[in-house]
Design a protein around this ligand. Structure first.
Ligand SMILES: CC(C)(COP(=O)(O)OP(=O)(O)OC[C@H]1O[C@@H](n2cnc3c(N)ncnc32)[C@H](O)[C@@H]1OP(=O)(O)O)[C@@H](O)C(=O)NCCC(=O)NCCS
Length: 361
């Protein structure tokens, strides 16, 4: 069977920042509470759509791989905040990047979306029909943030990351993976709006935001990310002692720490950037991977474990051995247009829809 490797990587984080101190001005919370409970210091609020961030991250990943958009034959967008139901965000991104020779589709496995996409994209290459897969994890989560609910609105942010997948004859790349889902407990983390299950008519704000049993999600995330990583490691014929870097989904630094402890992986081998971006769902892992490469945390031959957990309830892990090249082949000058509004102005539609946060009402 062919091996599949990551040949390009990139990210696109929108520039507007929403810090914990900004949140202190609008809801009854504190930097101290958010930092100690989650590890998050700030998150980004996008002035553009999910597809815009995905397209820029994708163009940067293509440049890093030395590929053009026309080389892409399969374009996958992992997202749970699509621009629209139809066309898919992948269709919109195809048009924005000019990937005219690609098939394109969205994939929704919530926060596990990137790991699901990595497995789907790699197996499409292994099947022989595709040679250059552009996989993006992209989210505009602030769209569903209800700032009257302090238990969820502090957790999430916007952003995008991307990778290029290609076949290789070398003995590196994706070594093993494990995906799972438990639909019987899907209700403990949900965003019920915008689907067919609601009454027709104007959207009901009460159905609008993220609804979550935080502690139950926390417990299951630690268990499943740990179990799944061990399954993938065993499949790859590796032990935890062989892991050079764990790149976990960034939902809560305490979930990350507990998962690493459970696995017996030292914190020096765990990549964490949640303080800067919060939980960007399908985008966390490709963004973290890009930053790990930029910071020199990944070296040739390193064994990397990706582990994710999210709505569904979904989970996934992958064991990946890095190849020789840790530098991008090229850089793209693609960039988002500058924002025309400040962060609070970008949140005004949320306040109009869900209601004013308590300190503004
Ligand atoms: C959400 C989460 C941070 C809450 O942390 P926790 O330690 O479980 O906190 P609790 O829910 O027990 O709440 C403790 C107290 O803090 C309060 N609180 C909740 N949010 C708060 C906020 N933003 N600021 C200040 N206080 C807050 C609660 O009201 C509660 O107060 P009470 O004791 O007076 O009732 C945590 O459960 C979590 O991260 N869960 C996983 C969520 C997640 O990652 N989901 C996405 C998965 S992909």
């Amino acid at each position: 069977m062919k091996n599949v490797e990551i040949t390009g990587w990139g990210k696109c984080m929108p520039p507007n920042v929403l810090s914990n101190h900004d949140l202190e001005q609008i809801i009854d919370t504190s930097d101290e509470w958010i930092t100690t409970r989650t590890g998050i210091k700030e998150r980004r609020i996008s002035h553009v759509e999910t597809s815009d961030m995905a397209a820029i991250a994708g163009l940067r990943a293509l440049a890093a791989a030395g590929k053009t958009p026309e080389d892409v034959d399969l374009l996958l967008v992992a997202t749970c905040t699509p621009d629209s139901l139809i066309p898919s965000t992948a269709s919109v991104v195809q048009n924005k990047v000019g990937a005219w020779n690609s098939a394109a589709m969205d994939l929704n496995a919530a926060c596990s979306g990137f790991v699901y996409g990595l497995v789907v994209g790699s197996n499409m290459i292994r099947g022989g029909a595709y040679k250059t897969v552009l996989l993006m994890g992209a989210e505009k989560l602030h769209y569903v943030m209800d700032f009257t609910d302090r238990t969820t609105c502090v957790l999430f942010g916007d952003g995008a990351g991307a990778v290029v997948l290609e076949p290789t004859d070398e003995p590196h790349g994706l070594l093993a993976s494990d995906l799972g889902m438990d639909g019987s407990v899907g209700h403990i983390l949900e965003v019920p709006r915008d689907g067919t299950m609601g009454d027709r008519g104007p959207l009901d704000p009460a159905l609008g935001g993220v609804s979550m049993e935080g502690q139950e999600v926390f417990r299951r995330a630690v268990t499943k990310m740990g179990e799944s990583s061990l399954i993938s490691l065993e499949q790859a014929g590796l032990g935890v002692e062989d892991v050079d870097l764990l790149i976990p989904h960034q939902a809560n630094v305490r979930i990350i720490d507990a998962t690493a402890r459970r696995l017996g992986i030292d914190e020096s081998k765990v990549f964490v950037n949640i303080h800067s971006y919060g939980n960007t769902s399908a985008a966390t892992i490709p963004v973290a991977l890009t930053e790990a490469l930029e910071e020199g945390r990944i070296q040739p031959g390193h064994n990397i474990v990706f582990a994710a957990f999210g709505g569904g309830l979904s989970w996934g892990s992958a064991v990946y051995r890095w190849g020789d090249r840790v530098e991008p082949l090229g850089e793209s000058d693609a960039a988002l247009p500058p924002p025309d509004r400040d962060t609070m102005q970008l949140l005004q539609p949320n306040f109009d829809f869900f209601g004013l946060p308590e300190k503004l009402s």
